[in-house]
Ligand binder design. Structure first.
Ligand SMILES: Nc1nc2c(c(=O)[nH]1)N[C@H]1C(S)=C(S)[C@@H](COP(=O)(O)O)O[C@H]1N2
Ligand SMILES: [Mo]
Length: 337
C-alpha cells in the first residue's frame, strides 16, 4: 500500500503530464525551438487559442483581451528543451499573500477579486502621467507569448507561457523625465476582496510594492503580462496585470498592479522592508549567493513529488545571462543581492 501511493504520484506528477505536453508541442513545432519570428506560423493564429494548452481551464476573458489574441505573436520566446509546467500546477501552487499564505489559498480565495473595472495610474517622473482604464492602457500594444522560466526565492521553479508586452514599450509611451531612475509597481489594496489583507498576518504593510532600476525595466525581457496559457490571467496569478522579470526571483513580479510610478529614489519594496538581510532590491536569480536559510544552487522544478523530486541546478540569472548580465557590470552581486 505505502509503495503504491508514491508510485502514483511519481508518474502523474512528474512525468506523464508535463512530458506529454512537451512532446505534443514539439511535434507541432516540428522539433524547432526558440525565438521564432513574428508571423512564422500564421495558421496558428486562427486556431482556438485555449486549445494550445491541453489542460487549460477556460477563462472568462474581457472583449479587449479576445480582440488582442488574434494579433498575438505566439512563441515570441521559448525555453528550449524544458517542459511547460502543467496549467493545474501553475494555478494551484501560488504565492499571493493577499489571498492567504498557503500555496493553495490563492486558487481557493481569489475568486473574490474584481478585475472589472480596473484602472492603472501612471505618475511620478513622466511626461505623460494619467489614469487609464485597463483596456485603454493596453490598447497601444500587441501581445506576445513569452515562455519563461520562473524561479521563486523559495527554491521551486516553473516554466510558464505568459501573454504580455514589453515594459519598455510602455515606458516609451509615458516618456520618463531625465530625473527618472527607478520604476515602482504598486498592487491592489482592497481588504474587502482580499482576505489576506484583513487577517492578522501583519507581516506585510499593504499594498505589496515592487520596483526595478530603469535600465532593468527597459530590458526587452521585462514584460507586463495580462494572460498565460493562451487565455487571460487567472485571478490567482495576478489578474488583470502583473510584472514578469524572468531573471529575478518571483517575488519581484508584482500581481494585480494598479499604479506604476517613475521615481528618482530607489523604491522601498515589500520584501526588502520585511527582511532586508534575506531579500534584496535586485533579487537576481543567483546560484552562488545562498539565502541565509537555504541554498540557492538548486531548485525543485514543479511538479515535483516528495518521492520523485525533480531537482535541477539553478542557472545564473535564471538562464538569461546573455540578455541581462551587462546590466550588472561592475556590481558586487554578493552585496547587491
Ligand atoms: N501582489 C503580490 N504579488 C506577488 C506576490 C504576492 O504575495 N502579492 N508573491 C510573489 C511571489 S513570492 C511569487 S513566487 C510570484 C508567484 O507567481 P505565480 O503564483 O503566478 O506563480 O508572485 C509574486 N507576486
Ligand atoms: Mo516567490
Amino acid at each position: 500500500m505505502l509503495i503504491k501511493i508514491p508510485r502514483t504520484c511519481d508518474s502523474i506528477e512528474s512525468q506523464v503530464t508535463p512530458e506529454s505536453i512537451y512532446l505534443s508541442r514539439r511535434s507541432l513545432l516540428g522539433g524547432s525551438v526558440a525565438l521564432l519570428a513574428a508571423g512564422a506560423m500564421p495558421q496558428w493564429a486562427s486556431a482556438a487559442e485555449a486549445s494550445r494548452y491541453a489542460d487549460v481551464e477556460a477563462g472568462n476573458a474581457p472583449a479587449w483581451f479576445t480582440d488582442k489574441l488574434s494579433q498575438t505573436q505566439w512563441q515570441a520566446m521559448t525555453v528550449a528543451g524544458e517542459a511547460i509546467t502543467p496549467f493545474k500546477d501553475a494555478t494551484h501552487y501560488n504565492n499571493f499573500y493577499e489571498f492567504g499564505t498557503d500555496k493553495g489559498d490563492p486558487a481557493a480565495n481569489a475568486g473574490s477579486l474584481k478585475t472589472e473595472p480596473w484602472s492603472v495610474v501612471i505618475d511620478g517622473e513622466v511626461g505623460k502621467p494619467g489614469r487609464y482604464a485597463l483596456e485603454d492602457f493596453i490598447k497601444p500594444y500587441a501581445l506576445q507569448e513569452r515562455i519563461y522560466r520562473m524561479r521563486c526565492v523559495e527554491a521551486w521553479s516553473m516554466v510558464i507561457p505568459w501573454l504580455g508586452f514589453p515594459l519598455a514599450d510602455l515606458l516609451k509611451q509615458v516618456e520618463p523625465t531625465s530625473k527618472a531612475r527607478y520604476i515602482r509597481f504598486e498592487t491592489l489594496k482592497d481588504p474587502q476582496t482580499m482576505p489576506g489583507q484583513r487577517s492578522d498576518f501583519a507581516l506585510i504593510d499593504w499594498p505589496y510594492v515592487e520596483g526595478l532600476r530603469l535600465d532593468e525595466a527597459m530590458n526587452p525581457l521585462a514584460i507586463l503580462a495580462v494572460g498565460m496559457y493562451g487565455r487571460e490571467l487567472p485571478h490567482q496569478n495576478g489578474a488583470p496585470l502583473r510584472l514578469v522579470v524572468p531573471w529575478k526571483y518571483g517575488f519581484k513580479g508584482g500581481k494585480s498592479i494598479v499604479r506604476i510610478s517613475l521615481t528618482t529614489e530607489q523604491p522601498k519594496t515589500t520584501w526588502q522592508q520585511i527582511a532586508p538581510g534575506e531579500y534584496g532590491f535586485y533579487a537576481n536569480v543567483n546560484p552562488t549567493v545562498d539565502h541565509p536559510r537555504w541554498t540557492q544552487a538548486r531548485e525543485r522544478r514543479l511538479p515535483s513529488g516528495l518521492f520523485s523530486p525533480n531537482v535541477r541546478d539553478t542557472l545564473m540569472f535564471n538562464g538569461y545571462g546573455d540578455e541581462v548580465a551587462s546590466l550588472y557590470q561592475g556590481m558586487d552581486l554578493r552585496k547587491d543581492y
